[in-house]
Design a protein around this ligand. Sequence first.
Ligand code: SF4
Ligand code: SF4
Length: 436
Amino acid sequence: MDFLSECGGVTMQSDLDLRFVRMQKTTGLHLAMEAENTLQQLTEFADTPQAMTYFYELFRNFYKNGHQLPAGKKVIGTMCLQVPDELILAAGAVPVRMCSGAYAYEQVGAEFLPAKSCPVVKATTGMLHINQPVWGEDVSAIVIPTTCDQKKKGGEMLKEMGYPVYILEMPASKDSDAARFYWQESVKKFALDLGETTGTRITSAALQAVIGEKTECCRLFRKLNDLRKGKTPLIFGKDIFLVTSAYFIDEMGNWQQAVRQLIAELEEREQNDLAVTNRQAPRLLLTGSPPLFPNLKVPILVEQTGGIIVADEVCSSNRLLYDAVSYDEVNLDDMVSALADRYLKPCTCPCLTPNLDRNRKIVELVNSHKVEGVIYQAFSGCLPYEMEQKSISQTMNEAGVPMLYLETDYGNEDLGQLSTRVEAFIESIKARRRKK
Ligand code: SF4
Ligand code: SF4
């Protein structure tokens, strides 16, 4: 008998294991309840397009049996929109966006992360911690771009948990040639390293095929986005967020098919002038920290209160799929450089400095989608978004568009307070309209 067993060390270890298993089970149950609760709220709205059923069921099935990783291929986790998932697919692996919107996972992360960390980071590290015994073997790498400091530091913890972490170097600005060159080199290195990790070297033919598929996703997303510009509101913003969140978990071909059906249904509604809600509903834009399923708290609340989100500037929706890759020659060098440009040029993440392109983009969306008010969501602890609200608020002021700043997290404790503020904001937009 060794020393540890003699003095009860083995028993202590099994106690720990037992507690961990219990925590895994409770988290799994809470996660399933949370997902179901969000889905119930999403489906309570009247006149929802029939084609949305595909997306509701996709999430219902995804969460009912616990959070599963795709089987049969190497899995590369990504921790930010800035990771070019085209390269992962071209290297024969499956990209899985690890950013989590689950309160159940946030509670796990809160056990070991500072209280002031943002909920995305708490939930994501919490999710990876609790699933480590099952996922540890299956995740070939977790890619973290050097955008957000909290994600970078979280990466160190993930390493300690036993995950292979890959840091993708990204410049802090996008405006100089040096920054562009630095990023292009970084993406090229990533392409090479991926080949080693997956054992499949990326070829120009494979990359061309994946870029083609992704371009089709972007085309469909743009079509969907165009349908939100018209006077007749055809679809709620909360459903658009679900459709784009589905892109993270669905197979691309299936996603495209489901979005095509949705577009066809919306076009039919447009022809018949069939509004999904009151035509007088204030038209709003959502910007700031990304809504990630199951945390669609703010979009649902805004639309339950009588507004409609007709546009967004968030990295889990518009920024995810709006821009396509454009290359001249079918050779790896040109294509990877073009891919890198696609991820840097349109980037309006507040981790960039300066980031005035974000102000310009929001004004553009306000004009194209006839937006009457902006909702700015900042997750508590997310300093980049919290700090940029001042600049966006000033730009909106100059444009004559009211803005509501909401600081929130994944919990429901602030629902009452948020609801009062959203209601007052929507009423003030209606009053402005009457005055005009
Ligand atoms: S906000 Fe920025 S750092 Fe965070 S996931 Fe989006 S693009 Fe990445
Ligand atoms: S919400 Fe903010 S702090 Fe949190 S991960 Fe994104 S950029 Fe980082």
